[in-house]
Design a protein around this ligand. Structure first.
Ligand code: SF4
Length: 429
């Protein structure tokens, strides 16, 4: 292993770029570094890694990016309690190791049977997580009941480091304070908390401050969601591919201080592999990856907050994607490869989830990397990345088209020989 070419700048002082390396998390001599990407230990052609169920579309908030275009009232066509329990049984029939099970919305607290559903999921051997909205329903008492029913993890949304930024995004005043309060109370109730942040042009420069909040207050995971222009998110301004690259590299930088994942940013896996190899080679990642002024600015702030110089083990991104380890079930039982990819493949009221996931043409096609076109089709990272199929579909109507928010030109990474062993296999192929 070669030592880094450029030793770390002291904490709080940024290395001049170019010439920036990852010396801050340099391994000791002889230390084994974790692999940059985690490949799931299951055949994702036969069983998903995670099932996301939209329990309801009802929600009192009006968030600017809402995929579900949530509304105040519940839809009478929602799965009933008995149907929801039937869905859980279907999930358990995928095999010995049950998929992760996420109950989302809308706001799941709009369903009066939420605690019962969590309890039933637990009894069936599932480990349910819940994604509530930050409404007045999220009290110390309701969080404690959620924990007692069998929830281990909840996720909360935080889209700004200040009340002004977050509340503007969420469409109501007071949501920021309520979110921080719920975060604290959830932890007191024994729940682990995942923080979700939708990255938009308006909150880009808040990201280091949100990361600092997460490091200081503690969270299981920070999920950076890169917008898919669907639902109300259609009206938000998109990042450019170059800006996305800068954000993903910033996310990599802080990964040893804050456990971070990227949602609908499959090329974060490509970035993780590239950064891992560049680090091993002691190479300047800014020059090698052509990072821009946004990256320099985000990194400078992250260094100032002590987010770059950290010693925790970096959490490798997991190699799953829409229909390829991930499946979404809507409030009415429609199954699609992701909540951001509205390609219905069947309904659990009519056909078992196992069958839809394993055999429907939409799902089998999405598991075949040879269907990809454009740069994704020609890319050496396609088996481990493949780009966001949801974004390709939302922006151009072609689910196999190239990822519009990726700036990588296939074949240009300078250490091609070192990619072998990091790229996994074509899932499902
Ligand atoms: S071109 Fe496509 S497959 Fe290659 S890294 Fe970008 S998004 Fe991933």
């Amino acid at each position: 292993m070669n030592p880094p070419a450029n030793p770390a700048a002291p904490s709080g002082r940024e290395t001049a770029v170019p010439g920036m390396t990852d010396a801050a998390d340099a391994p000791d001599a002889g230390e084994r570094r974790p692999r940059p990407v985690r490949h799931v230990h299951r055949d994702v052609a036969t069983a998903p890694f995670i099932v996301i169920w939209e329990a309801t579309r009802a929600c009192p908030l009006a968030c600017l990016h809402c995929r579900a275009e949530a509304r105040p009232d519940r839809d009478p066509g929602e799965l009933t309690t008995a149907e929801a329990v039937g869905l859980m049984r279907q999930i358990t029939s995928f095999g010995r190791s049950a998929p992760l099970f996420v109950i989302t919305g809308g706001d799941p607290f709009e369903r009066p049977d939420l605690y019962d559903l969590v309890r039933r999921a637990r009894e069936l051997g599932l480990s349910p997580s819940v994604s509530p909205s930050a409404t007045p329903a999220l009290t110390a008492d309701s969080l404690t009941r959620l924990r007692q029913a069998g929830t281990n993890v909840i996720s909360l949304s935080l889209d700004g480091a200040t009340a002004a930024r977050h509340d503007d995004f969420r469409g109501f005043g007071g949501v920021f304070g309520r979110t921080l309060d719920a975060w604290q109370r959830a932890r007191e109730a024994g729940l682990k908390v995942q923080i979700n942040t939708t990255v938009t042009r308006t909150n880009l420069m808040d990201l280091p401050d949100i990361a600092r909040l997460i490091r200081d207050r503690g969270a299981l995971l920070w999920s950076l969601f890169l917008l898919v222009p669907t639902g109300r998110g259609r009206n938000l301004t998109s990042l450019t591919a170059a800006e996305t690259e800068d954000v993903l590299n910033f996310a990599y930088d802080i990964g040893a201080a804050v456990p971070v994942k990227a949602t609908e940013a499959h090329h974060f896996r490509r970035v993780a592999i590239q950064r891992h190899i560049l680090h091993e080679r002691g190479a300047d990642h800014v020059a090698a990856l052509g990072l821009g002024p946004l990256y320099r600015s985000l990194r400078r702030r992250a260094v100032r907050s002590g987010l770059v110089r950290a010693t925790r083990t970096r959490r490798p991104p997991i190699d799953v994607g829409a229909g390829r380890g991930l499946v979404f079930v809507s409030h009415t039982g429609e199954v699609s490869p992701s909540g951001f990819l509205p390609l219905p493949a069947g309904n659990v009221r009519e056909r078992p989830l196992t069958e839809i996931y394993r055999a429907s043409p939409v799902f089998t096609a999405l598991r075949d990397p040879d269907r990809l076109t454009g740069r994704c089709g020609a890319c050496e990272f396609r088996t481990v990345c493949g780009g966001s199929r949801s974004r390709a579909y939302a922006t151009g109507g072609d689910v196999f088209a190239e990822e519009p928010w990726c700036s990588y030109t296939p074949g240009t990474f300078p250490y091609q020989d070192e990619l072998a062993g990091h790229l996994g296999t074509a899932a499902g192929a």
